[in-house]
Design a protein around this ligand. Structure first.
Ligand SMILES: Nc1ncnc2c1ncn2[C@@H]1O[C@H](COP(=O)(O)OP(=O)(O)OP(=O)(O)O)[C@@H](O)[C@H]1O
Length: 294
């Protein structure tokens, strides 16, 4: 099935800021990559090699290797505190690496400017609740990396509308975000990321605290993105309705990759998440230890 070919992002409105995530922290960067890597669709969207990072004095990432290929959907799993959120925050430049290498679309992080290619859905608890804005205004912020400080054009407004339709909230566009339920709020954040038409979508626990209806909307939306060739990196506590979309699950433990599960193992985990052994006593897939849903 799939996939949309990744387009090289250049041109006058190419975004240069991280996606609604504040300025990236500075940190060591890998050696320069060839400029042609930006135009090379086979180059992974994300490459982390031996990434280490500390929060305060505490070493949190202890040598993480992670690759998200073009059109690939990778889930980060692991117990509470294993370093999942820190890993994606490192990919976004919010947590500086103390060692190792990070490349986005083949470009060393320190030289990466093309943030319009990246969409980010933060954990819902860190999202902008209490902000006096309408649903459309929040979703429009997803075009900022493309527009910088210029007003939205027709294409921007169409992209915002499309994103709202994708998450089933077009009829709520004028409502204040504070008038929405938790699950609907999560859908707004997803629409904000989708409005930027990213090639790489990064999501931190998109299912946490989300009702079944919104989970299904999310699964459908993600399927649509993947079909178009987007790459997806997401933190999950359980695979749930997203299981069929996931190509690889990278399980973290104590800031390191404990193991990587392929689609067959994922099928077992999705169908028998709590079975450590099959009917004959033969092991199926090792159980994924997850944190609790918040
Ligand atoms: N600001 C901080 N300062 C110091 N330590 C931190 C900070 N934020 C997180 N940590 C610690 O870093 C470790 C990894 O945290 P992280 O949020 O990446 O884990 P996680 O796997 O996403 O956990 P969860 O499933 O609970 O969201 C944890 O031990 C956590 O206590």
């Amino acid at each position: 099935m799939k996939k949309r070919q990744a387009q090289p992002a250049d041109g006058p409105d190419a975004g240069s800021e991280p996606p609604i995530a504040g300025p990236p922290a500075t940190g060591p960067v890998s050696p320069a990559a060839a400029p042609s890597a930006l135009a090379e669709p086979s180059v992974p969207a994300v490459t982390l090699r031996g990434a280490t990072a500390s929060l305060g004095a505490r070493p949190v990432l202890r040598g993480v290797d992670l690759t998200v290929g073009r059109g690939e959907t990778v889930a980060l799993l692991g117990a509470n505190g294993s370093g999942k959120s820190t890993t994606i925050r490192a990919v976004l430049g919010q947590v500086p690496l103390s060692g190792g290498e990070l490349e986005l679309f083949g470009t060393p992080f320190g030289r990466f400017r093309d943030w319009r290619r990246v969409g980010y859905v933060p954990q819902r608890s860190t999202a902008a609740s209490g902000v006096p804005a309408t649903v459309r205004e929040v979703v429009s912020a997803g075009r900022l990396a493309r527009r910088r400080f210029r007003p939205l054009g027709r294409a921007d407004k169409a992209a915002v509308h499309r994103a709202l339709e994708l998450v089933g909230l077009a009829d709520r566009a004028r409502d204040p975000v504070d008038a929405l339920s938790g699950g609907q709020h999560q859908r707004v954040l997803i629409a904000r990321a989708l409005a930027g038409e990213p090639e790489l979508l990064i999501m931190d626990e998109p299912l946490a605290g989300v009702d079944l209806a919104s989970q299904e909307v999310l699964a459908g939306t993600l399927r649509d993105q993947v079909t178009q060739g987007s790459s997806v990196l997401l933190v999950l506590h359980e695979l749930g309705p997203l299981a069929p979309l996931i190509d690889r699950a990278v399980v973290l433990r104590d800031g390191r990759v404990e193991r990587v599960d392929n689609p067959d193992q994922l099928h077992d985990l999705a169908c028998h998440p709590h079975d450590a052994a099959g009917e004959q006593g033969a092991p199926t897939a090792p159980k994924i230890e997850t944190g609790t849903l918040t």
